[in-house]
Design a protein around this ligand. Structure first.
Ligand code: AMP
Ligand code: GLY
Length: 428
């Protein structure tokens, strides 16, 4: 079978790496891919938001399955256009991708289907005064303000004072995030522990895949600005078997059922960002309509069963009759190596060496997130540049191996957090 993977990050490298091991996969094409993916696949230089270009590529290549890595092409309707020419796609339609593409849509959906989440209201550009008054309905700061549309991961602002929240309401409704913040969600701040849960869906059925936790802040001890994620581990101790069952029963199954009833059948991976505490159990922070990056790296390296049959079933139906993905390595950890300056403007162009030596360490796989190749050399070409991943029988061993690999890689402009998985290690 031929697979087309859309994307260029560590997430897509991990998907290509895992699918390459499937006995049924005969070839992988990636658009646009990256130098790491190029070792496993043919890379074609079509950008992820060039929907017409991607459709043309799919017509030429006629893949048996297209796997869409990032959310943007899904929100833009790539899956719809491919299904219209009978090419199976792992990923939701534009109407279903609104679960991530519009915070207001996802909040209204959860309210309609009684899915646990933070109390909220939506406001448009004419309602700044109402939005400010709504702040008084909460116990006090912090406040949670969310731009409705996609804002490159920056659309959530959590002010610590009422004055900051009021200024932020004016800024957002005034176009701080362009049309993405022409509509605003204000919601209750939820306390608890965050975790990510991933389920596979074929429009009718949902099956659990795995849980993970990531580290969003740039600095050790969860300090500094938010990033796309500085590291992750799987499994997440807080998502034990009983909690996973609750998440399936209280959130995932009602979501897939609700989407089906609303005429928006959800196909692909559903990534539920959760807040969990004793009092409320699991509640939804947000939905994503794709794998997390770097959560995908830890899930794909842990997974011992071939995911291809389930990925295909997500695209074409019949997931209920598919063998479950059950065999996983015990623990996986991934550490992001980022360019100095990230999440601001990162330093690019530095030479990275010893990646292959790091790859030879036991249990280690280095995924490329933002690199480019010049001749034989691998150069830094992004904010998040490498995701260094290790599996091991214990979490501590996985952490040790991942950092051994990070320390083997030679890149003078690179930095990592040194405390990935601290919370899980502390639990013991
Ligand atoms: P999002 O972009 O929706 O993932 O939000 C970014 C981060 O903001 C989340 O990972 C949470 O840490 C935090 N966050 C979002 N909504 C809430 C909420 N209602 N209560 C507490 N934290 C939140
Ligand atoms: N690592 C979080 C995300 O992919 O959204």
């Amino acid at each position: 079978m031929k697979i087309l993977i859309v994307g260029s990050g560590g997430r897509e490298h991990a998907l290509a790496w895992r699918l390459k091991q499937s006995p049924r996969v005969t070839g992988i094409v990636a658009a646009p891919g990256n130098p790491g993916i190029a070792q496993l696949a043919e890379c074609v230089n079509v950008a992820v938001d060039d929907i017409d270009g991607l459709v043309r590529l799919a017509k030429q290549e006629r893949p048996n399955l297209v796997i869409v890595g990032p959310e943007a092409p899904l929100v833009l309707g790539l899956a719809d256009k491919l299904r219209a020419i009978d090419i199976p796609v792992f990923g939701p339609s534009a109407r279903a991708a609104m679960l991530e593409g519009s915070k207001g849509f996802s909040k209204d959906f959860m309210a309609k289907h009684n899915i646990p989440t933070a109390r909220y209201r939506r406001f448009d550009t004419t309602q700044a005064a109402e939005a400010k008054a709504y702040l008084d309905t909460f116990d006090g700061p912090p406040y949670v303000l969310k731009a409705d549309g996609l804002a490159a991961g920056k659309g959530v602002v959590i002010p610590e004072t009422k004055a900051e929240a009021e200024a932020e309401i004016d800024a957002m409704l005034g176009g701080k995030f362009g049309s993405a913040s022409a509509s605003l969600v204000i919601e209750e701040f939820m306390h608890g522990e965050e975790a990510s849960f991933f389920a596979l869906c074929d429009g009718e059925t949902a099956v659990p895949l795995a849980g993970a936790q990531d580290h969003k802040r740039v600095g050790d001890g969860d300090t500094g600005p938010n990033t796309g994620g500085m590291g992750a581990y799987s499994p997440a101790p807080i998502l034990d078997a009983a909690m996973q069952q609750r998440v399936m029963d209280e959130i995932v199954t009602p979501t897939v059922e609700g989407m089906r009833k609303d005429g928006r059948p959800y196909r692909g991976v559903l990534f539920v960002g959760l807040m969990i505490d004793e009092k409320h159990g699991p509640r939804v922070v947000e939905y994503n309509v794709r794998f997390g990056d770097p959560e995908c790296q830890v899930i794909m390296t842990r997974l011992k069963d071939d995911p291809l049959p389930q990925f295909l079933a997500c695209a074409t139906g019949g997931l209920a009759g598919c063998a479950r993905l059950e065999r996983f390595s015990d623990h996986a950890v991934t550490v992001v190596m980022a360019g100095a300056g990230y999440p601001g403007e990162p330093k690019k162009g530095g030479v990275i060496s010893n990646i292959e030596d790091a790859n030879k360490l036991e249990g280690v796989t280095v995924f490329h997130s933002g690199t480019k190749q010049e001749g034989e050399a691998i150069l830094a070409n992004g904010g998040r540049v490498l995701t260094v991943t290790a599996t091991a029988p214990t979490l501590q061993d996985a952490v040790t191996q991942a950092y051994k690999a990070v320390d083997t890689i030679d890149w003078k402009d690179g930095f990592s957090r040194r405390d990935i998985a601290w919370r899980a290690l502390k639990r013991g």
